[in-house]
Design a protein around this ligand. Structure first.
Ligand SMILES: C[S@@+](CC[C@H](N)C(=O)[O-])C[C@H]1O[C@@H](n2cnc3c(N)ncnc32)[C@H](O)[C@@H]1O
Length: 374
């Protein structure tokens, strides 16, 4: 276990994400003419009585978060490879980049020969994207639209491709997937492409006594005082952190597969069963969730995993600590269900209910735990 905040198994061959980023080509045009701006004085977005959704967009206004994403080589180079190595998909196509940020995916698409790219970004980073597009000579190909996908007017009735990097911690935290599905249903041409088109959530179990002691049990005795009320809270908050693969005790199980081209927003709330079979005699302190994404329309199947057996990404893994330590013998299993729902008050947050039991030789547990990703 290493650092902290607050989400592998791959059954296919990933493309090598080790190429260097090529310099963007240059061209010309007048950017201002290409852009539609949302009202910067709209206090519902950037001031006045901010909602948690406004704080969410504000967090994307600072370059720091974009630097972290761009420097996540697994993430960014996979998208780059998907686009550059599959130019046949993009040539002369109209592309919609949902949540464009700095515009990096739009630039990749423009360079790959897209006819036109609409880069929609609601945060203040849209202004930077606009400058970046201009500085790199793509103003005639990329139109930056500043506003929420759900509120903007697209200058074209339909697009051929929707590309987006929408994944949050635990895949679904931030709930940007809904925005992609909204755009798909509104603008994607019949038989159009959504990139990525597949995402899956996985579960495994780990030994993690040291970290549980440090992060959870710590509150039981703080300089001689009982702060167990905070322990209760810390138990309920999934922890985003990197897991050492040597900590993995059981198999990794697919929890939920999502076909982004076909699913409905309701499919992102679900109850899924799991069975985690122990690969050795050990103790289990936490269940660990992570996700894979793939781009099945590529010439060669491409994607990446955020699992503990893969190269680290900024998504790390999501740990759900268990109230009881499970003493498990090789071949025994933890069975249960995980229910994932959007929080009713703030749909960007996630509520998780974990039901699990172990009927082992040395341990019998059957319980339910609630978690809240905030
Ligand atoms: C995970 S970042 C990805 C940025 C960029 N595409 C990249 O790959 O580096 C998601 C971006 O989508 C934007 N975003 C999220 N929801 C949005 C919405 N409903 N409308 C417009 N932009 C949105 C955020 O502000 C953020 O910049």
């Amino acid at each position: 276990m290493t650092q902290a905040m607050s989400p592998s198994k791959v059954s296919f061959q990933f493309e090598d994400a080790d190429e260097t980023i090529e310099e963007a080509a240059t061209g010309s045009s007048n950017l201002e003419e290409d852009s539609i701006m949302c009202d910067p004085h709209d206090s519902s977005i950037f001031g006045g009585d901010k909602t948690s959704a406004d704080y969410y967009f504000d967090s994307y206004s600072h370059f720091g978060i974009h630097e972290e994403m761009l420097k996540d080589v697994v993430r960014t180079k996979t998208y780059q490879n998907v686009i550059y190595k599959n130019k046949f998909l993009f040539k002369d196509k109209i592309v919609l980049d949902v949540g464009a940020g700095t515009g990096i995916l739009s630039l990749f698409c423009a360079k790959a020969g897209a006819k036109h790219v609409f880069a929609v970004e609601c945060s203040q980073m849209a202004d930077m994207a606009q400058e970046i597009v201009k500085a790199n000579g793509f103003s005639n190909v990329i139109t930056v639209l500043k506003g929420k996908v759900e509120e903007i007017e697209l200058p074209v009735p339909q697009v051929d491709i929707i590309i987006s990097e929408w994944m949050g911690y635990f895949l679904l935290y931030e709930n940007m997937l809904n925005t992609v599905l909204y755009a798909r249903d509104k603008w994607l041409v019949t038989n159009g492409i959504v990139l990525p088109d597949n995402a899956s959530l996985h579960l495994t179990a780990i030994e993690d006594s040291e970290y549980k002691e440090d992060k959870i049990e710590f509150w039981k005795n703080v300089y001689g005082f009982d702060m167990s009320c905070i322990r209760k809270q810390s138990m309920m908050e999934p922890l985003v952190d990197t897991v050492d693969q040597n900590q993995i005790v059981t198999n990794c199980q697919l929890l939920k597969n999502m076909n982004i081209s076909k699913m409905t927003s309701g499919d992102a709330s679900f109850t899924a069963p799991f069975k985690l079979v122990s690969e050795r005699d050990d103790y289990i302190h936490a269940l660990v969730a992570y996700f894979d994404v793939s781009f099945s329309v590529c010439h060669k199947m491409t994607g990446f995993s955020t699992g503990p057996r893969s190269k680290n990404t900024h998504w790390k893994q999501t740990l759900l600590y268990l109230e009881d330590v499970l003493t498990i013998c090789q071949g025994e299993f933890v069975v249960g269900t995980m229910t994932v729902t959007q929080n009713k008050k703030n749909p960007r947050d996630i509520d998780i209910t974990l039901k699990y039991s172990l009927n082992g030789r040395r341990c019998n547990v059957s319980t339910t735990q609630e978690y809240k990703m905030r």
